[in-house]
Design a protein around this ligand. Sequence first.
Ligand code: HSE
Length: 435
Amino acid sequence: MKSVNIGLLGLGTVGGGTAAVLQDNAAEISRRLGRDIRISAVCDAKAERAAQLCPDAAFVQDPFELVVREDVDVVVELFGGTGITKDVILKAISSGKHIVTANKKLLAEYGNEVFALAAENNVMVQFEAAVAGGIPIIKALREGLAANRIRSIAGIINGTSNFILTEMREKGSAFADVLKEAQALGYAEADPTFDIEGHDAGHKITIMSALAFGMPVDFSACYLEGISKLDSRDIKYAEELGYRIKLLGITRKTDKGIELRVHPTLIPECRLLANVNGVMNAVRVNADMVGETLYYGAGAGALPTASAVVADIIDIARLLDAPSGYRVPYLAFQPDQVQPQTLLPMDEITSSYYLRVCAADKPGTLGQIANLLAKENVSIEALIQKGVIDQSTAEIVILTHSTVEKNIKNAIAAIEALDCVDTPITMIRMESLHD
Ligand code: HSE
């Protein structure tokens, strides 16, 4: 059978990994697929690197030229980013090329446009590597769980943040040092702000939310809060109370609408997600028929991510000559069933909360705080005075029961207005991971 010809855009961490997987596992892949996969053309900023990693491929300087070549069946886009990359992808699609991409930003922000053009041009777009690196979560959501109504997804989907949180907790390392290490190991994005401020996780949970609930991607509706302002004291106190702090991407279907959010989250240490450490990722899916399922693996790094890229190439290769009705829809649901849904503003989400309050260590302080919480209908689950910071100020940690976010925000504003309380109060959301 004729080889499948790949046009590879980018030979960075994932691109280099893809070239290596295709070369090192060529025989095994061919045994599975029944044909060879060949990189016929490559485009990269570094010609020498291209010659070394893809010695048999034509080196093409202009990506717009690569994507129209006759000897390219599938364009594998590993440049990342939007801007020119988006134009290159749209050109490739218009030229009838199938697409494999690891580009979560592109899909979370422009996925609707990309999929519409792909449908018009009858091409496949696969993006397993865009979410959680080597974990086949896209396949699970689009295919393995197709019999279910999905209720919620909660995931540790940014390896860099998880690595930083783990090192801070286990070794007491400083945030900046661990970030540098993550960059040196190739986990972090070119601009690490994307990792530590929650953008990368936001892109990934936005894509999963669309797949889970059959709605267009809408990154602008995703609430983002990263880990850069997290105080190591809170990591320590959380641990003392039996919790770990993780950066979670969460999406949940509720009666009021869909929650879509990324933020540091306390989760009970007995939950499997709480024990996902280092650069590892894990995604928990709760669905009506199967119940809870959990997917764990490397969320970043050259070979794990390339494993997902190559699996997508194999999927496309299997369907190259098949009628389009055999394909899995881009967003898991038939295109006419992908419908906008109400996305809840953060004030309307439901969560429980960890609060750390520094307040005057004098009679009546706790009573006033408890009263203001009660006034907003916030019920206290636990309240601990951690200690006295100086002679007159106490540090109080409060865990609340589940409430609507606007209630806790109103209560915090009222507590911060008390003369006896220092501002700001630290607030971190908590998840029991039962629903
Ligand atoms: N920077 C990402 C992470 C890599 O840290 O998880 C994979 O998207």
